[in-house]
Design a protein around this ligand. Structure first.
Ligand code: FE2
Length: 305
């Protein structure tokens, strides 16, 4: 593709949730995000940096991701994406003025990926008129050119999803992890569209639209502090602190109030397309990322219960 290559990164996420108030508390007091604005129907937006909104939370029965926003740099990149979608036979509708106003972006295209996930490709996110302040995060969220973070998508037909994100949306292969975890086969493909090691990863089918989404902070202490807040807030930890071999992220995993997971990390590696070599790893974690049940002491042999 050479000169026609454009960057693409995770820009925003929409959540449709059953318990809006639980989400507001969780987002502010566990994740350390800040409420941007509140609608009269209970919906609200969240910030994590200088953008006016990075998350849109609405009330509904799905308890799932409602849409993924993929950010490109400018109108030229949006047009290039539209052309690739057309030649791949993917229906993409230009967002209306009302829709771009709600998302607070200049332009957007609406489409569905091969798994049926609603996706929006956009550029020109509105900046907030006040600085972002977290009640809890001491450093900052790592965003900017690296985007909001990453999402590991549910993909009932992984090959089709992989081809779509790579050949149509323009993500590049970072690496792959093929192994077994607790007796379950794992095969995940990681892709980047800029410096962040991966903005999107494709595993197998999940119950919700994502296995997890990831937010990165600029200090290791902020991961530990978030872990403490999750414990204190009664959030269900799913994987203890650990480090991934491919993106080198130091992180933990826990459940959102909607049941899908989030990863909260620090220290993610960046890729340089000029020198990057793809690799296949044989483990998901260098160390850690254990189910918390492993922390329970085993009963002594011969002891009754
Ligand atoms: Fe992750």
């Amino acid at each position: 593709m050479g000169t026609s290559r454009h960057d693409i990164r995770l820009g925003y996420l929409g959540f449709e949730v059953r318990d809006v108030e639980a989400w507001a508390t969780f987002a502010v007091d566990v994740l350390g995000l800040a409420i941007g604005s509140r609608g009269n129907d209970g919906c609200f937006s969240l910030r994590c940096d200088d953008w006016a909104q990075r998350f849109a939370v609405s009330s509904g029965p799905a308890d799932d991701i409602a849409f993924f926003g993929w950010e490109v740099d400018d109108a030229g990149a949006l047009e290039a994406a539209a052309a690739r979608l057309r030649s791949a036979g993917v229906d993409a509708a230009e967002g209306t003025d009302a829709e771009t106003r709600v998302r607070r972006v200049t332009r957007l295209l609406k489409l569905r990926d091969p798994a049926g996930h609603p996706c929006e490709i956009f550029f020109g996110a509105e900046r907030a008129d006040s600085p972002f302040r977290s009640r809890h995060v001491v450093s900052s969220f790592v965003t900017g050119a690296q985007g909001l973070g990453h999402a590991v998508l549910s993909a009932p037909a992984p090959e089709r999803s992989l081809a779509f994100y790579r050949d149509v949306l323009g993500f590049r292969l970072s690496d792959r992890i093929v192994c077994e975890v607790h007796g379950h086969p794992v095969d995940i493909v990681f892709m980047h569209g800029g410096a962040r090691h991966h903005s999107v990863a494709i595993g197998g089918p999940q119950r919700k639209r994502v296995h997890h989404f990831m937010l990165e902070v600029a200090s290791m202490d902020d991961v530990g502090l978030a872990f403490d807040r999750a414990l204190r807030g009664g959030v269900r930890i799913t994987q203890t602190l650990g480090r991934h071999p491919n993106d080198r992220m130091f992180s933990f995993y826990a459940k959102t109030p909607s049941g899908f997971q989030f990863e909260f990390g620090w220290g993610g590696r960046q890729v340089d397309d000029a020198t990057w070599q793809t690799t296949t790893y044989d483990r998901v974690s260098e160390w850690g990322h254990h189910p918390p049940e492993m922390l329970a002491p085993k009963p002594r042999e011969g002891a009754s219960r």
